[in-house]
Design a protein. Structure first.
Length: 374
């Protein structure tokens, strides 16, 4: 594939609307996000920042679509998701390349992320025929009781840059088969990925003559995300990001008695015992640490090693790291691509780490000083 040809295959333009209700974009953006690739620093395209007026239009469209979508039998909703999975299979290569180019992860990871979208479509299709409920005896003669799950309404989705398409699909596909409609606020660092996914889903909307509002997107920074966190018309909000973000979102949604699903940062460890398969240890520890350049909530950050195999593990890993190839992630021969932006580089610099360590030590002393001595 020729350089940048995948952008044309996905229907992306130099300037793209950032608020969509389905097939229709919502006019009114006064400002735009310019997306630059961390791979080569090149300008990819711009996406409109959603205004409050556009947001309200999107929510109104979603509310209207929900009234129709919720009445469609679940297996038929599953059929729509099945068709979307087929579209993703057709566009796996260009969408995977966009993920790699706009986010910076390796091409194998970009393709893998789209495969995760396909997999969740398949899972959701099966789930659409398994929305079971209990049946129970009643104390009244000739009567039985049963439970039935009802859709909530609008599901808001806030995704992070490190998985710019997969996280949305994990939420959206399950929500759709359950009868909910979705409004997606993508990361401002990877806005073109959201537009590309919307364009692909449009193919399914058009083929099935579905109403506007089933799948919507909005774009912008955290202020646009706050529209949803504070909006009682969005009963469920799923947010992926830092723990700091999670505290803010969780409190805001709980404050209006909404429900939230939070996928936040981690400090993951691999425990290595004497009986461990060292070949598996090598693969899991190295890829777990360097995959997506370590920018995942699931990135391996610690190894807890039994003392009897410590030297062996250390020697093996020391030999493995020099073999990693760092460079253009669109080159399948490379293992590690760039960090997402300059801010990420600064956060990983030795000076920043030293500053953070000093801050933690100061906070620890302050907490200790405030405790009564026993």
């Amino acid at each position: 594939m020729q350089p940048k040809e995948f952008l044309k295959k996905l229907g992306l333009k130099t300037k793209n609307a950032g608020a969509w209700t389905g097939l229709d974009s919502v006019p009114g953006s006064r400002r735009y996000i310019d997306s630059y690739s961390p791979v080569d620093g090149e300008f990819i395209g711009s996406v409109g920042i959603t205004t409050r007026e556009q947001y309200d239009t999107v929510i109104a469209s979603a509310e209207s679509a929900f009234q129709t979508w919720r009445e469609m039998p679940a297996p038929k909703r599953g059929e729509i998701v099945r068709q979307f999975g087929d579209v993703l299979r057709q566009y796996k290569d260009p969408l995977g390349r966009l993920v790699s180019y706009e986010m910076g992860k390796s091409l194998q990871e970009g393709w893998g992320e789209v495969q995760e979208m396909i997999d969740i479509c398949d899972f959701a299709v099966g789930l659409s025929r398994q929305l079971y409920g209990l049946t129970m005896h009643s104390e009244r003669p000739g009567h039985r009781m049963y439970e039935q799950w009802h859709p909530l309404g609008i599901v808001g989705i806030i995704s992070a840059f490190n998985f710019p398409v997969a996280v949305w699909s994990w939420n959206a596909c399950i929500a759709w088969v359950c009868g909910d409609v979705c409004v997606w606020k993508a990361s401002e660092k990877t806005p073109l990925c959201s537009v590309a996914c919307q364009i692909l889903f449009q193919k399914v909307l058009k083929a099935n003559n579905l109403p506007e509002g089933i799948s919507c997107i909005i774009n912008g920074d955290y202020k646009v995300g706050e529209y949803m966190t504070k909006d009682a018309r969005v009963p469920l909000l799923s947010a992926t990001g830092s723990t700091r973000m999670g505290r803010i979102v969780g409190q805001a949604v709980a404050g209006r008695f909404g429900r939230s699903i939070l996928e936040l940062g981690g400090n993951n460890a691999i425990i290595i015992t004497p009986s461990a398969d060292m070949k598996m240890v090598l693969t899991g520890a190295v890829f777990g640490a360097v995959g997506t350049a370590g920018q995942r909530c699931t990135s391996t950050r610690r190894l807890i090693i039994h003392e009897s195999v410590y030297e062996q593990v250390k020697t093996t890993l020391a030999k493995a790291y020099p073999q990693l190839r760092i460079g253009d992630p669109l080159d399948p021969n490379n293992h590690v691509g760039p960090l997402i932006d300059k801010q990420a580089v600064e956060k990983l610099s030795p000076q920043h780490r030293r500053d953070q360590k000093i801050k933690r030590q100061v906070r620890g002393r302050r907490r200790s000083a405030g405790r009564p001595r026993l």
